[in-house]
Design a protein around this ligand. Structure first.
Ligand code: SAM
Length: 325
């Protein structure tokens, strides 16, 4: 399967799909949402079958190489039990999931049975109080236990950390040590101007740049830049004979010119760009809706592709939780 290439004037297409399987989350991270109200699922959330239908249709008309399930928190969704076996039918090699790890230990059998081999776990601090502060009541020991259990089960793990000024930027090296000791590749993610952080002053008070974090790491390790894939979002670095880490420098080194991502929300909307509020509903293509032609879906996707920024991300009122981080 896999369709004809859809490409814009910069040669960009959609080959990586992020699926927010639910908006619901068991945490309320301070960089993601403005207050501690836990998000619940959307009233019009797609069922597992509808979501699979949407993903399969996208797979059939696009040249999809990667699918990542995210949210909200994918592991809180009861849909996962049905969706994962359905998705394992698709011949996608690069299939992964992003989680906050709070429910990871108990969900490992489900992931392993359904051939999930790679996961990203968000972990911004190794201090229990700070973890509870950043995530608004999350339990650090649950995420750490989840990581150990996942490693024991043979899952490949990357850890995502967002260094935030005056919150956890002092743990840039501690998180790297933790990951290197376990053979985990750490991904530092520069804070993005999303949701409530799209306010300039709030963002600038919290932003910690790639330059600053590399300077911290160079105080402890010899660091060498290494080549990354052409459309990779992360810049990779090696610490000789020790391991690797990466930096997703959304702000310092934007990568819009090679962005190949498409996002599908839990209620079936497509977003072609995090900087654009434009959304394109797939609902009329699902469950015997009135649109059945692949040509119609392609023109919807062309419209979504046209929303990609030329050079850099400039911020958005969208919350990562809704659109799928
Ligand atoms: N609940 C899962 C988790 O916590 O990993 C998946 C969803 S979460 C929205 C996905 C990723 O988005 C996380 O790694 C988180 O760090 C990132 N994220 C959320 N808000 C962000 C922001 N303002 N800037 C950069 N990354 C953000």
């Amino acid at each position: 399967m896999g369709g004809d290439m859809l490409a814009d004037y910069q040669g960009r297409g959609f080959s990586a799909l992020r699926v927010s399987i639910t908006k619901a989350c068991n945490l309320a991270c301070s960089y993601c949402v403005p207050d501690d109200s836990r998000h619940t699922r959307l009233a019009d959330e797609l069922s597992a079958e509808e979501m699979f239908e949407a993903i399969k249709l996208l797979y059939e008309v696009l040249d999809l190489k990667k699918i990542r399930l995210t949210g909200g928190e994918p592991l809180v969704s009861p849909k996962l039990n049905k969706l994962l076996p359905l998705l394992s039918e698709l011949p996608i090699k690069d299939f992964s999931l992003t989680t906050n790890g709070q429910l990871l230990s108990e969900k490992i059998p489900l992931l392993v049975e359904n051939r999930v081999k790679r996961i990203n776990v968000s972990l911004d601090t190794l201090k229990p109080d700070k973890f509870a502060f950043i995530t608004r009541q999350g339990k650090l020991e649950k995420t750490l236990r989840g990581i150990e259990d996942a490693l024991d089960a043979g899952l490949k793990i990357k850890v995502n950390m967002i260094p935030i000024k005056d919150v956890n930027e002092d743990e840039v090296v501690a998180l790297l040590d933790y990951c290197l000791e376990r053979g985990i590749e750490l991904r530092y993610i520069e804070l993005m101007r999303m949701g409530h952080l799209s306010e300039r002053s709030e963002f600038e008070n919290k932003f910690w740049s790639m330059e600053k974090l590399l300077c911290q790491i160079r105080g402890s390790y010899h660091v060498q830049a290494v080549d990354s894939e052409s459309n990779a979002t992360a810049q990779r670095f090696a610490i000789p004979e020790t391991g690797y880490f990466g930096v997703i420098a959304n702000d310092s080194a934007p990568f819009c010119q090679t962005c190949n991502r498409l996002r599908l929300t839990s209620n079936g909307d497509l977003y072609g760009c995090l900087s654009s509020p434009m959304k394109y509903s797939m609902s009329s293509f699902l469950g015997g809706g009135d649109k059945t032609s692949k040509e119609e879906l392609k023109s919807l996707l062309s419209a979504a592709l046209a929303t990609k920024q030329q050079v850099s991300f400039y911020g958005s009122n969208l919350e990562m939780k809704s659109v799928g981080g």
